[in-house]
Design a protein around this ligand. Sequence first.
Ligand SMILES: Cc1cc2nc3c(=O)[nH]c(=O)nc-3n(C[C@H](O)[C@H](O)[C@H](O)COP(=O)(O)OP(=O)(O)OC[C@H]3O[C@@H](n4cnc5c(N)ncnc54)[C@H](O)[C@@H]3O)c2cc1C
Length: 312
Amino acid sequence: MEFKDSAADAVFRSEVRAFIEAELPAPLRVIAPEWGTFNTRRGRGMDSEAGNEWRQKLAARHWLAPHWPKEYGGAGLDIGRQFIFNEEMALHRAPGVGGIGVGWAGPTIMAYGNDEQKGRFLPNIVSGNETWCQGFSEPGSGSDLASLQTRAIRDGDEYVVNGQKIWTSGAHHSQWMILLARTDPEAPKHKGISYFLLDMKTPGIQLQPLINMLGDYSFNQVYFDNVRIPRANLLGEEHRGWYIGATTLDFERSSIAASTSMALIVRDLAAWVRESGRPLSRVRARAELPPGRRAARRGSTTTSLRLVRRNG
Ligand SMILES: Cc1cc2nc3c(=O)[nH]c(=O)nc-3n(C[C@H](O)[C@H](O)[C@H](O)COP(=O)(O)OP(=O)(O)OC[C@H]3O[C@@H](n4cnc5c(N)ncnc54)[C@H](O)[C@@H]3O)c2cc1C
């Protein structure tokens, strides 16, 4: 197999490179080896005004969803071109775009959604107008996801949801959530789950931030108190959500686009250790954090302790 760019691929690579160099908004540019270089969040800065600008510029080129079929507004790139696109984005340290909506909620809707759902949701994902989060994990249901306890009880044309999710990345700036909830508690655990498309503005949803050890706010706990979801937002068949969720997780696990940016982080880290002469253990301590970030980190420790106590 030949891994070199063909002549046509090289032209495409130059096109992507020129676009990023001209259009990536200044606040999103990262000059190595700044402290932020070690930040593994590919979506860094995407919840800012500059992030919105970048999202819209990519969407205008159909590059917000380079892998989506053209019929749904994607660029329809083949695997080789997707790799080139992702590689150039990573090499320029351009923040990853699309996230859960483009990466796996949208493709799951393509696979299981009815025409109404495809028409309502896909154009808003591919244009960058609506972003998504993923309500799967629960405090007692991580690896054993099928044991999830959040309940959705049918009430006429609606479902009423009660329960809790955890590790919900980006819930605080997402308009929609893909949600797994138990609709039949009597059935074997894999057969009583349904898959919902939930509007995050629905009354009864409460977020509690989870701040990570770097002081970043990217996760949440999400609480549902009698949250009503229209039946029209059930994806696929009732009680078959486990199997639809498995499709979502297949799409999620195929997200290997981060490989180049991860390789860059390791390279930067090695350079930092070599140049600073500091032991690797100091990286974890984040001695290089600017003062504002250190303060955020102290605050997060308090938050975490409170949560630990609360969860018993
Ligand atoms: C960066 C990041 C972002 C995430 N974002 C989201 C999100 O947006 N939405 C969402 O729903 N979830 C999200 N998650 C959660 C994630 O997808 C997993 O559900 C969760 O991390 C695994 O569950 P847990 O943390 O409860 O670990 P556990 O299930 O408690 O597992 C802890 C450890 O025990 C091991 N283990 C578990 N069961 C067994 C067993 N039977 N035998 C042997 N070993 C076992 C596991 O391999 C692991 O090492 C995110 C996680 C990360 C790290």
